[in-house]
Design a protein around this ligand. Sequence first.
Ligand SMILES: NC(=O)c1ccc[n+]([C@@H]2O[C@H](COP(=O)([O-])OP(=O)(O)OC[C@H]3O[C@@H](n4cnc5c(N)ncnc54)[C@H](O)[C@@H]3O)[C@@H](O)[C@H]2O)c1
Length: 463
Amino acid sequence: MRIAIIGTGYVGLVSGACIADFGHEVTCVDRDVAKIDALNAGEIPIYEPGLKDIVASNVRQGRLEFTTCLSKGLQNADAVFIAVGTPSRRGDGHADLSHVYDATREIAAALKDATVVITKSTVPVGTGDEVERILRELRPDLAVAVASNPEFLREGAAIHDFKHPDRIVIGTNDERAKKVVTEIYRPLYLNHAPILYTGRRTAELIKYAANAFLATKITFINEIADLCEKVGADVQEVARGIGLDNRIGSKFLHAGPGFGGSCFPKDVRALIKTAQDQDVPMRILEAVATVNDMRKRAMARKVAIPFAGLLRGKTVAVLGLTFKPNTDDMREAPSIPLIAALQDMGAKVRVYDPEGMEQAKLILANVTYCQGPYDCVENADATVVVTEWEQFRALDLKRVQTLMGCPVIVDLRNIYRPDEMKKHGFFYTCVGRASNFRPVDGYASADDDPSQRGSVASESAPM
Ligand SMILES: NC(=O)c1ccc[n+]([C@@H]2O[C@H](COP(=O)([O-])OP(=O)(O)OC[C@H]3O[C@@H](n4cnc5c(N)ncnc54)[C@H](O)[C@@H]3O)[C@@H](O)[C@H]2O)c1
């Protein structure tokens, strides 16, 4: 089959490369000239494990090409995917559908034959109806069919997820569209990936409901973590204890600094807005959004605890900037509000991320960008682990201890063991587990500033 994909970002590029790998001929189209030039020069504009190889091999075999020219991409296409961004609309939190509708109008102008248009972008209920209306209005001569096929891949594991999906959702009542989309995914169906056929509106809602549910699960365990800290329980064991229950499941029960990224925050906001417009308030999701927003700055206060709440003049090393490991995506990363809060409290911030530094430089000002984790922690008063990159798990803790000015580690991803950290002489705190320094009630005065005393407020001095 010949497939065109409009939008060559995280989803469009991964989808294009994987669909080409199934054996179809794919043209990825993007309006960003620099992106297409880079791809045509063999460079991958994003960091996604395995993507470079799969792109290179399919380009070599003549099944995958990149262009800015939509009509070239649409030539003889059996189907065209819309995979453009749907960020939050400025001001009100609704999904901004301008890219989707622009792409629809451009498709209408360039189409030669009736084809199947498939929305892969995450779009609110009813968007497919509007896409169809625009196409019919602009091209009454063509019987174009519109289907919804939401994408569930996770950045960092995108190729695996695309090729081994938990399910493929195909939303359409049009038999031709159903047949075409099914044919695109036939190789996966042969691998027993379940296909769920449903109505277009239902498919659109499935995507939002899935992301909203996962965001709720994360927020729930984060609140349980806060309770664990107060009552002396261990959130990882609570998560395991509940996750072993098949009705609950163990995924998305990792306590941390709050969810971020290119999807969950904007999709939760958009679903709340859709529901409000229908007079169906989503109280649970409203709480999820608020609790999660507040959490990022609360994490900065956690960093301040060993310094009696006073971070002015302190140097804080931040390890990990991207919203999760194995991506360079900085969109709505928890590191952004966390660092802003640290700076508001007067801290000097040094940062390091294995893949996200280039993107971070477009967003984070007044921080010192470091060459590596050891460079980052040198002379720091506190180190905060914000993203659980593999390389941070295996740091030489002795070296970190020696390099730091004051051995305070705030592990927001629970990647270290409290007993081991204590053994290495760190004042260590994490999320929802035992720490070996205690909160100073009401934050003490500057006289009580632990760094002035050469130690931090501790429950028991580290050995
Ligand atoms: N990133 C993820 O992990 C993920 C996962 C599942 C679903 N989604 C959804 O997929 C959609 C795309 O997300 P993304 O992260 O790939 O976005 P992205 O911002 O990385 O990429 C979008 C691309 O579309 C291009 N574009 C915009 N308008 C265009 C037009 N008219 N013609 C040609 N190109 C155009 C942009 O230049 C950009 O390269 C969103 O709706 C998102 O919610 C994303």
